[in-house]
Design a protein. Structure first.
Length: 469
């Protein structure tokens, strides 16, 4: 086991220059489309503020501990997931075999997430084109028409894969310049702009006629809805959202932990990251629910919320073209920051595993990630008749990532912290630096309870997917 105290990351490997940069990059990895199209819907459906309280409890009990474990392992090892276990595990052990599962995560995630981000880029481009008049008015209007425009987009392999390729190329270009001059320089202002746009759109949405009805549906504590949905189902939804919202389990946050110094304790930084992620999810609901209910539309969960429902909202609004443009800027920023940070994770894994240079790794991974995205991009057109276990290609890829790699990877981290690396070493790393301290009396909770909760999440996920009616 490596005993060298690594107080600072290697400049040759990469350093995040500021605390704000680290929090914004890590939050950019965690903040994604699920914050926008899933959290508001399940919060409103499961009892509003009552559900939010349960969700926050689940975040404290599971999400933040899992996040903290990844960051601690990354900072202690100064490596990505492909080398972190070798740096910290006892000599002769086999904990490093976990890396083969976790290293798949970025490629599986981006195989479909880059495609969806490409759809967002298409709509952002379409709104900008319509707003500025750079394309004929009839063509511009048809490209953002609710329903038909989305069907036209996904049925076109050229459009779907073309915009996906643009997203991957942009992300690769950012990562090409390194963690400080590339990722941090781009992601930090994007996330700050995202928070500003989010707050501004929420304020505007709350001024619409009937907006308070939307807020009431979203956040009013309705225990009747909880009972109607079923307490077990509500707790499961909250636990599931708290776990998956932070993207733990595949080493993405681990690698950003490897880029920071030891000036601040891990627990305090984890709370900032989780808090930023939760703020975005809550504020997204304050945009979507008042706007949808004001326009007499149902805020359904899933891609239809973005590509059909919200397009209908903007088509009926005064200044809808401007607001639609701002909304898709916000959505694209939320998605592309995830793609960039996950690309960086894939890059760090590749560099550590093969010992290659950043520049060559960017070129190779840009090609690999585009090839990985091709099946999903074709899954709605040329390969639409292909199903795997009864699912389309995107749903199958999401099943592999969300129901397997993330929970099993998190279980691996949890077991490694207590039985591989050792809880005392983990606790020392957690509490190095100024800030909140993790108490030693939580050892049994980390050793036994957290792994048990993850097993429950994994088991119930399979039950929901295969046996629930």
């Amino acid at each position: 086991m490596t005993t060298e105290l690594k107080d600072h990351p290697s400049p040759a490997r990469g350093i995040i220059s500021s605390r704000l940069g680290f929090i914004m990059i890590s939050a950019g990895c965690a903040i994604g489309l699920g914050n926008v199209w899933r959290f508001p819907y399940i919060a409103g459906h499961n009892g509003g503020a009552a559900f939010v309280l349960i969700y926050l409890l689940c975040l404290v009990l599971l999400g933040i501990p899992c996040l903290s474990m990844e960051l601690a392992i990354g900072r202690a090892s100064r490596r990505s997931v492909t080398r972190a276990f070798e740096e910290l595990e006892p000599s002769g052990s086999r904990w490093h075999l976990l890396k083969y599962l976790m290293a798949l995560g970025p490629y599986v995630l981006l195989s479909y997430y880059a495609v969806i981000t490409g759809w967002l880029l298409y709509y952002l481009w379409s709104f900008l084109a319509a707003l500025t008049g750079v394309v004929p008015a009839q063509e511009a209007q048809s490209s953002i028409a609710p329903g038909e425009s989305f069907s036209s987009l996904i049925s076109s392999p050229e459009l779907s894969l073309g915009f996906c390729a643009a997203v991957i190329a942009m992300s690769g270009l950012v990562c090409f310049f390194g963690i400080k001059n590339g990722v941090e320089r781009v992601v930090k202002p994007m996330l700050l702009a995202l928070l500003f746009l989010l707050a501004g759109m929420a304020v505007y949405s709350l001024t619409l006629p009937g907006a308070m009805e939307g807020v009431k549906y979203y956040l009013y504590p309705d225990f009747g809805k909880m009972m109607e949905a079923g307490i077990i189902n509500v707790v499961w939804d909250a636990l599931n959202q708290a776990f998956f919202t932070l993207s733990v389990g595949q080493g993405c946050l681990l690698v950003f932990g490897s880029y920071i110094d030891k000036k601040r304790s891990i627990l305090g930084e984890s709370l900032w990251i989780a808090g930023t992620d939760t703020f975005v999810a809550l504020m997204a609901g304050l945009i979507i629910f008042p706007a949808c209910i004001s326009m007499g539309l149902k805020p359904d969960a899933g891609p239809s919320l973005l590509f059909n429902t919200m397009l209908s909202v903007f088509s009926r609004m005064e200044y809808g073209m401007i607001l639609g443009t701002v909304f898709f800027v916000f959505m694209f920023f939320a998605a592309i920051t995830t793609v960039i940070t996950v690309f960086e994770n894939a890059l760090a894994n590749f560099n550590d595993f093969f010992g290659s240079t950043r520049k060559s790794s960017v070129v190779i991974n840009t090609l690999l990630l585009f090839l990985a995205a091709v099946p999903c991009g074709l899954g709605f057109n040329l390969w639409s008749d292909i199903t795997i276990m009864g699912w389309g290609i995107l749903d199958f890829e999401d099943f592999i990532e969300s129901y397997n790699i993330l929970p099993l990877g998190s279980l691996g981290f949890a077991l490694f912290v207590s039985f591989g690396w050792g809880f005392d070493r983990f606790l020392k790393e957690m509490n190095t630096g100024t800030g909140l301290r993790l108490p030693a009396w939580l050892r049994p909770y980390f050793r036994y309870v957290i792994p048990m909760i993850i097993v429950v999440v994994f088991t119930l996920g399979y039950y929901e997917k295969f046996f629930a009616s």
